[in-house]
Write a protein that binds this ligand. Structure first.
Ligand SMILES: [Zn+2]
Length: 118
């Protein structure tokens, strides 16, 4: 595979993987958004839970996140400021676009995903 799941031309190893593995923290909201998309693509549910703001975490169940990430085939991500479009095929291989305006929060030097409007 050339390029990262998030659409960057650098490899997953050099792009989102260090964030998913907790080696590096996402330096800004866009990097967090991209890395969360890659986490969906590879089924990294722990990362998705850990980067969700503590106030919202109870609404996100790790098993559900994992099931949803694995039921869909993640195609591409388009980032437009704090809005993104995620293209994927659902479990019936029907093309879907998840269009979301997200809220991110910087806390103690770490970026968190708070919530999103679809
Ligand atoms: Zn990436």
């Amino acid at each position: 595979m050339s390029g990262c799941y998030c659409g960057n031309s650098i490899s997953f190893q050099d792009c989102c993987e260090p964030y998913l593995k907790g080696i590096k923290n996402a330096p800004n909201a866009e990097a967090l958004m991209r890395s969360r998309y890659s986490a969906f693509a590879v089924g990294a549910a722990d990362y998705l839970v850990n980067t969700t703001h503590i106030s919202k975490r109870r609404f996100h169940n790790k098993k559900d996140i994992l099931a949803w990430s694995q039921a869909n085939k993640w195609l591409k991500l388009e980032v437009l400021a704090s809005t993104f479009k995620a293209y994927y095929l659902d479990e019936n291989l029907k093309a879907q676009v998840h269009y979301e305006h997200s809220t991110f929060k910087l806390e103690n030097g770490k970026w968190f995903y708070v919530d999103g409007e679809y």
